[in-house]
Design a protein around this ligand. Structure first.
Ligand SMILES: Nc1ncnc2c1ncn2[C@@H]1O[C@H](COP(=O)(O)OP(=O)(O)OP(=O)(O)O)[C@@H](O)[C@H]1O
Ligand SMILES: [Mg+2]
Length: 250
């Protein structure tokens, strides 16, 4: 885990703090509101789901939290840092170092093997980390082993199933030991069983690393796996809760 930038930050401070967040998209001349004043604190070290119907703003919120896009108005703090105050090159480094992103459609580089896809994320931070190519290869292989892909390191994405591709994407997201892992409907392109396996894998990794995970979903079964559920509708937060623990029948 990286050392916090602000050593005075209390350990229980939220990993993400969002205030008055607005974001619209321009569709020709028409402004489409996606987020309409979002205020939320996302607890540190938890497995959090952002749940809501299609079009409610889940992806928009994750993209803003992941510093992939900038808001029209409002403030975001990730681990006490305001990404909007960073210049573009600082923002790229902050994102590469502190945030891992898992996409619905995997977004692997098709010409690279599984192990090269994972290494690629580490190469973005090369000058600062000073890892040798052999060290990067070693870590990438270890990560692929952790996500259950030992022996498949040299396969390209088109030689892997959807679930296996998403496992590569999870290994890539973890490559730089991020504090925050964001996953935008990581199971949407997978069958129900494979999707449940992917969520169980992320859940296990979250417990093991203590990082904060936020994923979006509208699948009630997957939502139950989360510690914290934040509900969005029509660009606003409409509720936040800790899903009920599922008790085994006596
Ligand atoms: N690039 C875009 N251009 C125009 N409108 C957009 C764009 N991206 C999203 N929107 C609109 O913003 C709103 C929020 O979209 P968003 O993708 O954040 O929803 P979502 O909750 O992720 O939906 P889904 O569950 O279908 O992925 C929707 O009304 C959507 O049509
Ligand atoms: Mg979406």
């Amino acid at each position: 885990m990286n050392a916090p930038l602000n050593p005075l930050r209390p350990a229980d401070a939220p990993i993400a703090r969002v205030r008055g967040l607005h974001k619209s998209y321009l569709l020709g001349e028409v402004k489409v509101p996606a987020l309409r004043g979002v205020d939320v604190d996302i607890p540190r070290g938890c497995f959090t789901v952002i749940a809501g119907p299609s079009g409610s703003g889940k992806s928009t919120l994750l993209h803003l939290l992941g510093c992939i896009d900038r808001p029209d108005a409002g403030r975001i703090e990730i681990d006490g840092v305001s990404p909007q105050t960073l210049a573009d090159d600082q923002l790229s480094e902050f994102r590469a170092r502190r945030i891992g992103f898992v996409f619905q459609s995997f977004n692997l580089l098709p010409v690279l093997s599984a192990v090269e896809n994972v290494e690629y994320a580490m190469r973005l931070l090369d000058p600062a980390q000073g890892h040798s190519p052999a060290q990067r290869r070693q870590r990438a292989r270890e990560l692929l082993g952790e996500v259950g892909l030992g022996g498949m390191e040299d396969r390209r994405p088109n030689q892997l199933s959807g679930g296996q591709r998403q496992r590569v994407a999870i290994a890539r997201a973890l490559a730089n030991r991020p504090d925050l892992v964001l996953a935008d409907e990581p199971t949407a392109n997978l069958d129900g069983h494979t999707g449940a396996e992917i969520i169980a894998l992320m859940r296990r990794i979250q417990r093991h690393t203590g990082a904060s995970f936020i994923f979006s979903s509208h699948d009630a079964g997957l939502i139950r796996a989360a510690d914290v559920c934040i509900r969005v509708a029509d660009g606003q937060i409409v509720g936040a809760s800790i899903p009920e623990v599922q008790h085994e029948p006596a």
